[in-house]
Write a protein that binds this ligand. Structure first.
Ligand code: PEP
Ligand code: MG
Length: 935
């Protein structure tokens, strides 16, 4: 296996397909070389060296260093310079780059090789003694900080001291002599912190820097970043060593970053920023606020024109939005990076839609470009345009969103409060990679400096977090824990709101409105539906849920938990009467009060679902969950039952169970209290009959929960089928009567063949199936599951993403056995996993017919189901190939870019259609919490 891959103008050992080996940066550079773009030459040390480095105790293997020496020798020859040569020094950049981009998480060293004896040579070559001293001091600082861990502050201190001494206000006021003093002080800082002089041998520097980059793969912040973004399965980072080009060589030099389309909105416009007379880190670090890319046309017109041409070429070549870094050295443009641009959900949707319409990508590719996890972002509310806004500052609309929270000034505090469930907004001058945890925990991020491509902006967009960056009027006094904008002072824990789309900072809370679905998103969802095989249903308990889900494209209801209706209005009193009744008559009387209410709800749901299947589950939870606990509730029930309060309390005491989730619930209730299920079935078919008479189509399916034996099912089914038939006969309506069951108990999965002979459909209740397969209480697992995930005992919380090995094995087996018992058995899933992308992929492969999830996850499920179908076929179909002008011009035909026949004519500007209002998220389940909170 090759360890070192060289590249230079027009040639490269690797190419853009080799991200796993070269890392994103190395692969992008190789590909750009092959495309004939101006790229400074260099080489990439493969990612596969990273685990070797760690395995031998954080040492760059000897054979790798030998290869590095040879590669450097070839660079010297190609450029006519010498590494460590005092006259014509070759300077290098050393950068990280894993297969998946992790912006700012790993280390970089610039100007490497600029040892003391080389400074004069650099001054002569560049014609600027000031530039040479400035480069040297930057190198000392970066190397000292990255390689030897010397704190930033120590260098900043030394710099400030010199600035003060010579009366300089800003860094650029320092002349060569002053900078040479800074250099001397920096060398002293190094000696003091490290205990030895700064290493001047260039190969020693290079080995240290390579080592630091490999080492940074395991740094806390990189590990945390991978965890937050669920980046798994990578061997490590590559290290790219490249000849330096200088953006800080004077006013004809500069550096910048740009996206081929707007990464916030997806609009097809060149989008980026630059700084003249600066090095790349100045832009990304957000320390100086850069200029918009259009202004480069004035500053460096030729470079700008070339950059525009490269923008088009890269997009056509990669057929995706790219994020590029460039440097202009004395008017000459150099490309330093190209990679897939991170984008917001809105941008992903719009860019995918437009690229398909431009014929750049196929519809399948367009769907594959929208990540299921991102879709959630599109369904978040935005601020009400009519609400009053107390705008105190404006910044850049760095990452969209509408959030409100309490101000905090440190990432640690954001993390602490955020994890405790508080909504906070992290306010910083700029963010740095160390802040990653706090950014993740915060609702939104506000920075006073930095541009659209600053660390805060890039990372926030990657996370789907709202961010307003570079709000220049915000003056932060972190020590005093407050910030001021003019006369307005905002203290720690004051509430502010951020509008990441408008770039506004507001005092207090601002009212929100439900999200809008753009026409582009609707189109992408329609394309997804045409690709997917799995049906997507919803878990909905009310007509409102049903309407929401229908608007999102649900093809039916996979689970209607009837008990949720019991809490509407004052129904709970009738429910309690039913539970607490001591005689059958009393219970029946209470049930009779509930029947019309249930029937009315079913009618509403049937209407909202417009003739699509509606699976209604009969009562499931343990009865004690409905019991009155508060004195007021006890009094009310006692009065309506006409019994003393003590009798109510006594009955409640008798209903108490030690393990309610394994107790008297599900079909066990139906067996022991047949009248409850009978009332429910009567209500279902009365509603169905009424709808049919009103000429509205209905398709009810009755689902019996928690079945473990065939007998439980057949006893209930036979009894209830009679009730259903009688109800329909009475109404003089006929329709199929369908009874199925949930598979939630491992025994049911084992006995699936026999059960399927009786049941007409299965729906996996994977919440309970996970609980009972692992033996983890779904209400109590929060106390140990995080530790299990942390320790790697489990890869993730199995209640969030299906345990494919264990619970999944039971599902696969039950599907197979079930279809043996009843060929063509319809099988779905209605546990929480039905809305999780990875679990949906599993369900597709396991041969399920549909997934069912909460209404707001329906769009996510449609996209995930389409992805699963495409993954099974080996990926999305490409558009029909066309001859690429790009490739012909630049590579003599290597890898022609492709074009499809336009998918559809580009349509006018999108309109948004209001989506239904999201329900407040349900609180986490708690043991013996009321039912509503439990599910
Ligand atoms: C399940 O167990 O997966 C299920 C859907 O039922 P519930 O969550 O209501 O127990
Ligand atoms: Mg269940």
């Amino acid at each position: 296996m090759k360890d070192i891959f060289e590249f230079g103008p027009g040639r490269a050992d690797g190419d853009g397909t080799q991200k796993q080996v070269l890392g994103g940066k190395g692969a992008g550079l190789a590909e750009m070389c092959l495309l004939g773009l101006p790229v400074p030459p260099g080489f990439t040390i493969a990612t596969t060296v990273c685990p070797r480095y760690h395995a031998v105790g954080r040492r760059v293997p000897k054979d790798v260093m030998a290869g590095v020496r040879k590669a450097v020798a070839r660079l010297e020859k190609a450029l006519g310079r010498g590494f460590g040569d005092p006259k014509r020094p070759l300077l290098l950049s050393v950068r990280s780059g894993a297969a998946v981009s992790m912006p700012g998480m790993m280390d970089t060293v610039l100007n490497l090789g600029l040892s003391a004896p080389c400074v004069a040579g650099l001054a002569a070559m560049s014609g600027s003694a000031r530039f040479a001293q400035d480069s040297r001091r930057r190198f000392l600082q970066m190397f000292g900080n990255v390689v030897a861990g010397v704190p930033h502050d120590a260098y900043e201190h030394a710099l400030s001291a010199v600035k003060q001494k010579v009366g300089a206000r800003i860094d650029t006021d320092l002349d060569a002599a002053a900078l040479s003093e800074v250099v001397a002080r920096y060398q002293e800082v190094y000696r003091q912190h490290v205990g030895s002089p700064f290493p001047e041998d260039p190969f020693a520097q290079l080995e240290h820097a390579i080592s630091a980059v490999f080492g940074s793969w395991e740094s806390d912040r990189a590990v945390k970043y991978r965890k937050i973004h669920a980046i798994m399965g990578l061997v490590g980072t590559a290290v790219t060593v490249q000849a330096m080009v200088f953006g800080n060589l004077g006013v004809t030099s500069g550096t910048g970053v740009a996206f081929t389309r707007d990464p916030s909105t997806g609009e097809n416009r060149f989008y980026g920023e630059f700084l003249m007379n600066a090095q790349g880190e100045d832009v990304v670090a957000g320390i100086r606020t850069p200029e918009p890319i259009e202004d480069l046309a004035k500053e460096s017109p030729a470079a700008y024109r070339e950059l525009l041409a490269i923008r088009g070429l890269l997009e056509r070549h990669y057929r995706d939005m790219q994020d590029v870094e460039f440097t202009i050295e004395d008017g000459r443009l150099y490309m330093l990076q190209t990679r897939r641009g991170k984008r917001t959900a809105a941008a992903a949707v719009r860019a995918a839609f437009e690229m398909a319409n431009e014929g750049l990508i196929s519809r399948e590719e367009a769907v594959s470009r929208v990540e299921p996890a991102q879709v959630d972002q599109l369904l978040h509310p935005s601020f009400d345009p009519d609400a009053k806004r107390d705008v105190i500052a404006r910044g850049l609309p760095a990452s969209p969103g509408a959030v409100t929270g309490r101000v905090v000034f440190t990432a640690e505090e954001a993390e602490r409060r955020g994890l405790a469930g508080e909504k906070v907004i992290l306010v910083r001058n700029e963010t740095s990679p160390e802040d990653i945890g706090g950014m993740h925990a915060a609702e939104g991020i506000l920075t006073a400096t930095g541009g659209m491509t600053s660390h805060a902006a890039v990372v926030a967009r990657g996370m789907g977090k709202c961010c307003v960056a570079g709000a220049g009027t915000v003056r932060i006094d972190a020590a005093a824990e407050r910030f001021a904008v003019g006369d307005v002072v905002v203290k720690a824990l004051d509430v502010i709101s951020l509008d990441g789309t408008a770039g506004e900072v507001m005092r207090g809370e601002v009212a929100t409105v439900p999200p809008g679905i753009t026409r582009e998103f609707e189109t992408i969802l329609a394309w997804a539906s045409a690709i997917k095989r799995l049906g997507v249903r919803t878990n909905g308990d009310t007509p409102r849920d049903a309407k929401t889900a229908r608007a999102f494209g649900a093809e039916g209801i996979g689970l209607c938990r009837t008990e949720h209706m019991f809490f509407e209005g004052d129904r709970i009193t009738a429910v309690r009467e039913m539970i607490l009744a001591e005689t059958l008559e009393a219970r029946k009387a209470a049930l009779e009060k509930l029947r019309p209410m249930q029937r009315h709800d079913f009618e509403g749901i049937f209407q909202a679902m417009e003739g699509t299947p509606v699976t209604i589950r009969l009562l499931d939870p343990p009865l004690h969950e409905f019991l009155p606990h508060e004195p007021d509730a006890v009094r009310t029930v006692a009065a309506s039952l006409g019994v003393p309060e003590a009798a109510v309390r006594e009955r409640a005491r008798r209903l108490h169970e030690m393990n309610p989730m394994l107790g008297h619930r599900g079909c066990r209730l139906g067996i022991t209290f047949p009248e409850i299920y009978e009332m429910q079935v009567r209500a279902i078919y009365e509603a169905a009959a009424a709808e049919t008479k009103a000429k509205r189509p209905v398709k009810p399916e009755v689902m019996i929960p928690l079945v473990g034996t065939e007998k439980e099912f057949t006893i209930l089914r036979d009894r209830l089928r009679t009730v259903a038939a009688e109800t329909l006969a009475k109404a003089k309506v006929s329709m199929p009567i369908v009874f199925g069951t949930m598979i939630e108990v491992p025994r049911a999965a084992l006995r699936a063949e026999g059960i399927a002979k009786e049941a007409e459909f299965f729906s996996f209740g994977t919440n309970d199936l996970t609980q009972m397969t692992f033996g983890y209480s779904r209400d109590d697992a929060g106390s140990f599951l995080p530790a299990y995930v942390e320790l790697g005992i489990l890869p993730q919380d199995p209640f969030q993403s299906l345990d494919q090995e264990g619970v999944g094995e039971l599902i696969r087996m039950a599907v197979e056995r079930g279809r043996k018992g009843r060929p063509g058995l319809k099988v779905g899933i209605c546990g929480e996993h039905g809305g999780d992308a990875k679990s949906i992929d599993f369900c597709h492969r396991a041969g399920l017919d549909y997934v069912s999830c909460s209404p707001f996850r329906v769009p996510v499920a449609r996209i995930a189901a389409a992805h699963a179908a495409m993954a099974e076929r080996g990926g999305p179909a490409k558009p029909a190939a066309r001859k690429s002008k790009v490739a012909a011009k630049t590579t003599g035909g290597k890898k022609p870019a492709a074009k499809a026949k336009p998918a559809a004519k580009a349509k006018p500007a999108p309109k948004t259609k209001p989506a239904p209002k999201p329900k407040a998220s349900k609180p986490a389940r708690k043991k013996s919490a009321p039912l509503r909170a439990r599910r």
